[in-house]
Design a protein around this ligand. Structure first.
Ligand code: TXA
Ligand code: MG
Length: 350
């Protein structure tokens, strides 16, 4: 398959590009497009054959359901059995935005889109290109992150092209995304609502709107092999770079010294080594391939760079990656959730 790649500006959208993509979606094809979190791989959520193509292109396990993207609440209504009060409050505050809600699904949503579940995940993205595509096509767009299953999520059109070129009909290149980490998933079929995947919208932000919010226990800490997280995707090894990644916890100078020593040893053994530093420590690393993931004074910068840094180390073919650890509160919870998975929970105390 020849993948069409078309660029558009975000604030001056090329409607020809949107029209071409809309035709593909209405014909049951696949289009990758930017959202504010990560790039999504879209197809018609109500067409079981179309969503089946997404699983094949990504190599995604069939029990891992897709998120359905809508442009307004009118488009949501026919997809769900009811809209609980908590959902109304959260939608008012955070939509369009990086929050996905789980509802009881209506009969028109095929179980091929929901991985066989009776619930459906729905999100209204806050990105002009995504919203324009949904409105123009009038399609509720099922869209997982547009990466090959198991690889870091794509934050640029180039990342999508690297993974999926030749496997999908079209990529809309709207530049680098703003947030860089996937949406927070909140189950509103239960009371209190429960976070199934941490994301840009933090527990505290949700609690300010609806009071108590729980977190699915299965996703906290290292997951046991028989754990059943309520978001099926959370059980898969995910976000992983090709090289083994180890994180080091401890006082700043001690961590830097320890990593410098390991790098020296590794280089002596002929290994190519990647180091995930922060702006604060970047210049303290003496050898190895050092990349700063962002500044500790701004978690947003770390979220934005995270997946691109993991992909850069893949491109460089490093043998191992050593990383500093980051704060585990606020947005840091989502960052550490992704990094710990990328590291297969390999954390050493220095
Ligand atoms: O920010 C995002 O959410 C991005 C952009 C493209 O919107 N999408 C995204 O999709 O991250 P994906 O497929 O990579 O992750 C979807 C997650 C999976 O962990 C899946 O198991 C969970 O959502 N999920 C989907 N439907 C669900 C449902 N009915 N119940 C529980 N979890 C669900
Ligand atoms: Mg994903």
């Amino acid at each position: 398959m020849n993948t069409i790649i078309k660029k558009t500006e975000v604030n001056n959208i090329d409607l020809e590009v949107i029209k071409q993509a809309s035709d593909i979606l209405r014909d049951g094809g696949m289009v990758a497009f930017p959202t504010e979190t990560v790039y999504g791989l879209g197809a018609d959520a109500l067409d079981e054959k179309a969503s089946a193509k997404i699983y094949a292109a990504k190599g995604r396990p069939s029990d891992n359901p897709l998120i359905v993207h809508v442009a307004d609440v009118k488009q949501l209504e026919p997809l769900v059995k009811d809209i609980p009060d908590n959902a109304v409050k959260l939608m008012d505050k955070f939509w369009p935005g990086p929050m996905t809600l789980i509802f009881e699904k209506s009969d028109i949503v095929p179980s091929g889109t929901t991985g066989g579940l009776q619930t459906v995940a729905i999100r209204m993205p806050n990105h002009p290109v995504a919203l324009s595509l949904i409105k123009n096509s009038q399609v509720a767009i099922a869209a997982p992150s547009a990466n090959t299953s198991g690889r870091p999520s794509p934050t640029t059109a180039q990342h999508v092209e690297n993974d999926l070129s030749g496997k999908i009909d079209m990529i809309i290149d709207g530049g680098a995304v703003g947030i860089g980490i996937e949406s927070t998933i909140v189950d509103v079929t239960v009371n209190p609502p429960m976070i199934l995947r941490p994301g840009y919208i933090t527990k505290k932000m949700l609690e300010d709107v609806v009071g108590d919010v729980e977190v699915d226990k299965a996703i906290l800490g290292k997951m046991s092999p028989d754990a059943k997280p309520k978001a099926p995707g959370m059980k898969y090894k995910h976000y992983a770079p090709k090289a083994d990644l180890t994180m080091f916890r401890g006082e700043k100078d001690a961590v830097v010294n320890h990593i410098n020593n390991l790098v020296k040893e590794g280089i002596a053994e002929g290994k190519k080594i990647g180091i995930i530093a922060s702006d604060e420590t970047f210049s303290m690393y003496k050898e190895g391939n050092v990349i700063s993931i962002g500044t500790r004074s701004d978690d947003d910068s770390i979220a934005r760079n995270l997946y691109a840094v993991l992909r850069k180390f893949d491109d460089m073919n490093v043998d191992v990656i050593y990383s500093e650890i980051f704060e585990d509160d606020g947005l840091g919870q989502a960052i550490m959730n992704r990094m710990l998975k990328a590291a297969a929970y390999h954390v050493l105390q220095v």
